[in-house]
Write a protein that binds this ligand. Structure first.
Ligand SMILES: Nc1ncnc2c1ncn2[C@@H]1O[C@H](COP(=O)(O)OP(=O)(O)OP(=O)(O)O)[C@@H](O)[C@H]1O
Length: 606
């Protein structure tokens, strides 16, 4: 396998695919592909819809028959016929009502099943998305795709879809019956609705564009609201509530404008439907009476036709409303599908990939260059090897590329050029499970979930028993701290670990990493100051955690660099020095000696 990849591959998927360029039918087809449950038994549901629609025509036919053949029968009223007609109508209404119940049930179940699958798939795919895509899409907006957008589709499919299916059935049945009763009157009705039917495509396009903007603005709004909620402490401590509120107000205003704009098309199409309905009613009466005078119409037929026009007008009016809901739902569907259609940039070779053998790992960066999308290279031609079992400290000025180095090493991103090799194997060829098993990254601020300490450390080893966790704590020398907590391992850490101090959060992160027992430990050293006793405890735990494995630490402290086997100095994306601390520090005028001087100065100030 080539050791280089193209820039296009490395930066692919950095923009969330919004799917805005695919049409409504293509969206529905794609949606069906991701939620095949929606297609299940659709034929039977349609059949039930047709039967349910027939319920609507029972009354006009029964009225017409009762009038023309029962009460107005040529030889005088036939009451037995009227009675039979009443019984037949009641049975037919009962049967069609039952069909309607079955159809609603089926639509509800299949829609919810299909959308549950869609939600699960979309949520799971969020984890496969390129890290950089997740950075560009605001978290709130991303959440809105998996929640409110899916809800929008769900509401439409269950209620809109149901009414749509029934409406189409009713329009068809009403048209056929109208033709049976009088093709002239049927033509009058269709003629009155022609302008609406002919402009539907235009409305659909306008509504589609308008609702795409609405759904986008909903995402923006949720993003604007969720960010200050998460950063509430910063907002309050800097007293920027007004500015934050102003940003939210702008997002609300933008959403409202988009929604109002979309509504103008809905209102226009609805009004056009109303005008068409009025014209159709009037036209039927006038033409019906004229036909009656000519002897082509019975009173029963005219009355039945008046019912049929209502039967036709209702679903058409409803259809214009559904057109709006459908465009809103399709815009939402596109956004959800946009997540699924965004390719995962880090292709996992799966079980067919290479498995890393257990034991300390050796690392090689082979001419690695990396650039963030549309940015300059932040790591250039990095070529280095780290022997298995060594302890390495990466140092450099802020922004020099240290964290980027760590992300490439743990395959959170792939290089634009060159390759990262672990035990001689390109990381892109290693089975992701094996990679995650053997390589662990401890970030500066380890994320803690709102749960107990035990639950949080189990992210390192899902099946770890309490005894194992306690043994791990003993090995790290932090069992005293654990025992001193009011509820020990069952202590709740709060949201993002807010109920613990910064140092305690670090201890939980180290315990989690120790339980994972990696062969390569990549550590982004925390910069937050903690009290000296805890600092010592963290230092001791770190010392033990690094034993008998390869460790790469992004070091911010002199002591870490001093105790490492080797220090790698990064400057402006290049490795400019490497060697033991004692050797580097003697190289006068070097980047490292500058860093060393600033550490000493910091230390003496403290
Ligand atoms: N997600 C990103 N998108 C675009 N540019 C980024 C991104 N992350 C980092 N950079 C840029 O890449 C460069 C290297 O960043 P990096 O985080 O690797 O530096 P660092 O040495 O770890 O800095 P520090 O010591 O402050 O953590 C910086 O110029 C930074 O602005």
């Amino acid at each position: 396998m080539s050791t280089t990849t193209t820039a296009a591959t490395a930066t692919s998927g950095t923009r969330m695919d919004t799917g805005e360029d695919i049409g409504a039918i293509a969206t529905i087809r794609l949606g069906m592909k991701y939620s095949p449950e929606l297609r299940e038994g659709i034929g039977t549901t349609f059949l039930l819809a047709i039967i349910a629609s027939c319920g609507q025509i029972v009354v006009p036919i029964a009225v017409q028959q009762t009038l023309d053949r029962g009460l107005n029968a040529p030889g005088g009223p036939r009451f037995d016929y009227v009675a039979w007609m009443g019984v037949a109508a009641a049975v037919a209404i009962g049967l069609t009502g039952w069909a309607s119940y079955l159809m609603t049930n089926r639509l509800f179940t299949t829609s919810e099943n299909g959308l549950a699958t869609l939600r699960t798939k979309a949520f799971r795919h969020v984890h496969d998305l390129p890290l950089l895509t997740q950075n560009t899409e605001r978290r709130g907006a991303l959440v809105s795709r998996v929640t409110s957008d899916v809800d929008q589709v769900s509401q439409f499919l269950v209620f809109g879809g149901l009414i749509f299916v029934v409406s189409i059935g009713q329009i068809l049945v009403a048209t056929v019956l109208m033709l049976v009763y009088s093709w002239q009157l049927a033509a009058v009705v269709w003629l009155c609705f022609a302008p609406l039917f002919l402009s539907i495509r235009w409305f659909q396009k306008k509504l589609s564009a308008a609702y795409t903007v609405v759904r986008h603005q909903v995402g923006v709004l949720l993003g604007a609201i969720s960010e200050p909620v998460v950063g509430a402490a910063v907002v309050r401590s800097y007293g920027v509530e007004d500015r934050t509120q102003a940003r939210i107000d702008t997002a609300i205003q933008d959403w409202q404008n988009a929604y109002t704009h979309a509504q103008t098309y809905t209102v226009t199409s609805f009004s056009l439907g109303g005008i068409s309905a009025g014209l159709a009613n009037a036209g039927v009466i006038v033409v019906g009476v004229l036909l009656g005078f000519a002897g082509d119409m019975t009173p029963g037929k005219v009355l039945a036709f008046a019912f049929l026009v209502t039967l036709f007008v209702g679903p058409v009016q409803m259809g214009t409303q559904i057109l709006t809901d459908a465009q809103n739902a399709i815009a939402s569907w596109r956004r959800v599908l946009g997540i699924l259609e965004t390719p995962a940039d880090l292709v996992d070779p799966g079980p067919d990939g290479e498995q890393l053998p257990r034991g300390p790992i050796d690392v090689r960066f082979a001419d690695v260059t990396f650039a963030y999308p549309e940015g300059p290279p932040v790591l250039r031609d990095v070529d280095l090897a780290i022997d298995a079992g060594t302890r390495v400290a990466i140092v450099g000025e802020t922004g020099s590329g240290k964290s980027t180095f760590a992300k490439l090493l743990t395959r959170l991103m792939d290089p634009v050029e060159g390759a990262v090799l672990l035990d001689g194997v390109d990381v892109r060829r290693i089975d992701a499970r094996s990679l995650r098993r053997s390589v662990v990254l401890v970030p500066q601020e380890g994320f803690l979930f709102d749960d107990t300490i035990a639950a949080n450390v189990r992210y390192g080893k899902l099946d770890a028993t309490e005894d194992e966790i306690r043994a791990s704590a003993v090995e790290l020398g932090i069992d005293d701290w654990l025992a001193g907590l009011p509820r020990g391992l069952d202590t709740q850490v709060g949201q993002r670990g807010e109920s613990l101090s910064a140092g305690e959060r670090q201890l939980v992160a180290l315990l989690r990493a120790h339980l994972a027992d990696p062969d390569l430990l990549v550590l982004d050293e925390a910069t937050s100051a903690v009290d000296p006793a805890l600092e010592m405890q963290i230092g001791r735990a770190l010392e033990r955690l690094m034993q008998s494995r390869t460790s790469v630490t992004i070091a911010h402290r002199l002591s870490t660099a001093e105790s490492a086997d080797e220090v790698i100095v990064v400057d402006k994306g290049r490795v400019v020095q490497r060697g033991p601390h004692a050797e580097l520090v003697t190289q006068a005028g070097s980047v490292y000696s500058g860093l060393h001087a600033s550490w000493i100065a910091q230390h003496s100030q403290a």
